[in-house]
Design a protein around this ligand. Structure first.
Ligand code: UGA
Length: 406
């Protein structure tokens, strides 16, 4: 454990800690550090095993409450994962989607700018917009974004997320990092419709549900769109690389300093000698342990957006369906030919009016590698098998016993 993870007086606030990514992050923080966690969410069912943990304090609330926002911002490191990110909701509930993905994060960002907290904000790969089938790598600081028309309300989510990024980037004094996830998958992803959620979850949970129920997998518009699915464990490793590098700077900045003060160069340059308000000391020596990150330790950890994805895991949705059928047959010990064949369905028919799609989302992963020494490593088949096996085990029980929500 590096010294900065060994500090038992340090607290990270995780907003959306009860969600898919949040629950993995919470587990990892408790396992890999001695930090305390202030966890905020409206739903804690994924965290039953952690509710009485001595290093956790949980608050059942959302960011609509200004007092909650103020309280969260008092912690030195704030990770905001809270969002409505169920695609079927982008069509019918555009205003709610925009409030959740713009208004609330903007209020939190303003509070963090005042308190001096480091805000790690989860955005989305969807901010690259309506990418075409022949679009190339999406590069954080140079790829332009094109969105569908206002009648295509699918883009309500992406445009709200993009505006939140721009607001965060424009706020004077805010120390921020934006994360753009590329189709994270893993245990606890989304929900099973009719069991612990309503609507249409993301493709992995949808396909898993259909396989468990013996129904055909639905290929929207033939399943030609491509995605790079990324294991949630890689995503957590990215966050730890980020924390390690960013907290190496925390000793060397104070509120009112430029957000990059102390981090433009390696080896403690810019040490202000002051503590940031609300920022605990996090390690014995400035930049200790930072040498294991990329070529220029700490440079550019703040005021940066990072793609987090696995460029080697690209697959079309039709190919994904076949992979998942094969894995399911193996997990269940049945012949794949006994499973129903996938069926094509139009986007409007499946999701409703206003659906639109990105045809290819290939991350450039160079920046995370260059600045943090991070590269996703879990292959697609491993990630899919872990996710599907978890889904089968978790929901088979719920399906057969008609249990209450866990
Ligand atoms: C979704 C969300 O909109 C984003 O919030 C989020 O950033 C992203 O997932 C992510 O997980 O990173 P999308 O990539 O379109 O965006 O994810 P899915 O809803 O899982 O859809 C992926 C593709 O599968 C789309 O082309 C969709 O039309 C297709 N699909 C989905 C099917 O063919 N069948 C299904 O049953 C579900």
């Amino acid at each position: 454990m590096t010294p900065r993870f060994d500090d038992s007086s340090f607290t990270v606030a995780i907003v959306g800690c009860g969600g898919f990514i949040g629950s993995h992050l919470l587990d990892a923080v408790l396992e890999r550090t001695r930090w305390r966690v202030f966890g905020v969410d409206l739903d804690f069912y994924r965290l039953q095993h952690r509710l009485n943990h001595e290093r956790c304090e949980f608050l059942c609330a959302d960011l609509a409450d200004p007092a909650v926002v103020e309280r969260i911002a008092q912690f030195p490191l704030v990770v905001n994962l809270a969002a409505i990110c169920t695609p079927s909701r982008y069509m019918g509930e555009a205003c709610e989607v925009i409030r959740s993905n713009y208004d609330h994060p903007a209020a939190l960002a303003e509070a963090c700018a005042k308190s001096g907290a480091w805000l790690v904000h989860f955005s989305t790969s969807e901010i690259y917009g309506k990418t075409a089938a022949d679009s190339g790598e999406l590069v954080e600081d140079s790829t332009p974004a094109v969105f569908g028309p206002v009648t295509a309300s699918r883009w309500s989510y992406a445009t709200a997320k993009l505006l939140a990024e721009r607001f965060i980037a424009g706020l004077p004094g805010l120390r921020w990092t934006v994360v753009r996830p590329f189709n994270f998958v893993g245990p606890y992803m989304d929900f099973m419709p009719g069991v612990d959620g309503e609507g249409i979850p993301r493709v992995l949970a949808n396909f898993s549900t259909a396989l468990l129920r013996g129904e055909p997998l639905k290929l929207v518009n033939g399943g030609k769109a491509k995605r790079c699915f990324t294991s949630v464990h890689d995503a957590i490793d990215f966050l730890f690389a980020l924390f390690d590098a960013g907290l190496g700077c925390a000793l060397s900045f104070g509120v009112g300093d430029s957000p990059d003060a102390g981090c433009k160069t390696a080896a403690g340059a810019g040490h202000s000698g002051r503590d940031a308000v609300g920022v605990s000391k996090v390690g014995a020596a400035p930049n200790a342990g930072v040498s294991k990150v990329g070529a220029a330790p700490n440079a550019g950890v703040f005021s940066q957006a990072f793609n987090v994805g696995n460029a080697e895991n690209e697959v079309s949705i039709a190919e994904l369906a076949q992979k998942m059928r094969t894995i399911f047959a193996k997990v269940r010990g049945v012949d794949v030919s006994s499973l129903p064949e996938p069926q094509s369905v139009s986007g409007e028919e499946y999701y409703g009016a206003g659906y639109d799609d990105s045809m290819r989302r290939m991350p450039s992963v160079a920046k995370a590698e260059r600045l943090l020494g991070f590269r996703a490593r879990i292959p697609l088949d491993t990630a899919l098998e872990e996710s599907l096996s978890w889904f089968v085990k978790h929901y088979d029980v719920a399906e057969t016993c008609h249990c209450e929500e866990p």
